[in-house]
Design a protein around this ligand. Structure first.
Ligand code: IMP
Ligand code: MG
Length: 182
């Protein structure tokens, strides 16, 4: 994508609202995993910012790891075909795994990844997603912790990108696309 294909729209979720919600999710996860040591996985790169804030809001001993996925399609489309660009460093065998994702859109990415991770024999496997676009779902996926449900808009900021841009914004913006690539 070339600069000029899209421009930043208004703030959809401001930084303080995000931080408050992340703290609530951290409290809930801390209660749900009491007595356990969750292994908290981030899907790179989009979930990196959410993950970094969320693990600091969880008041339990925990460990974390990273996995990077690539899709074959365009940035704003999901082909459902996902490949692992960088795998986890550690085994999931017998662990209580919490997978952290930036946004669940069609659900295809998560569906693929959950199948892959389940085969690694974790004791439990749950999902935390900052954003959820329920109206776009093509396949049912379990999402245990959701930050915010949002309408069908392409959004950037707080880790989410458009052509690798805007990940560093502390709030979530809608992106106004000149032509909707979907
Ligand atoms: P899904 O497979 O359709 O659920 O897509 C999930 C992935 O698509 C996310 O991990 C994002 O990388 C990307 N994605 C979906 N919607 C958006 C959006 O609104 N902004 C930025 N990235 C998105
Ligand atoms: Mg992305």
């Amino acid at each position: 994508m070339e600069p000029g294909d899209g421009f930043l729209g208004p703030t959809l979720i401001d930084a303080e609202t995000i931080q408050n919600r992340v703290r609530e999710l951290g409290d809930q996860i801390s209660a749900d995993y009491r007595g356990k040591m969750p292994h908290v996985l981030a899907i790179l790169k989009g979930a990196s910012i959410f993950h970094a804030d969320l693990v600091r809001a969880i008041r339990l001993e925990l460990s974390f790891d990273f996995i990077a996925l690539g899709s074959y399609g365009d940035q704003t489309m999901t082909s459902g075909e996902v490949r692992i660009l960088k795998d986890l460093d550690e085994s999931l065998d017998g662990r209580d795994v919490l997978l952290v994702e930036d946004i669940v859109d069609t659900g295809l990415t998560l569906h693929y990844l959950l199948k892959n991770l389940r085969a690694r024999n974790p004791r439990s496997l749950k999902v935390a997603a900052l954003l959820n676009k329920p109206s776009r779902r093509e396949i049912e996926v379990p999402v245990d912790y959701i930050g915010f449900d949002i309408p069908d808009e392409f959004v950037v900021g707080y880790g989410l990108d458009y052509g690798q841009r805007y990940r560093n914004l502390p709030e979530i913006h809608a992106l106004q696309l000149n032509a909707d690539p979907r």
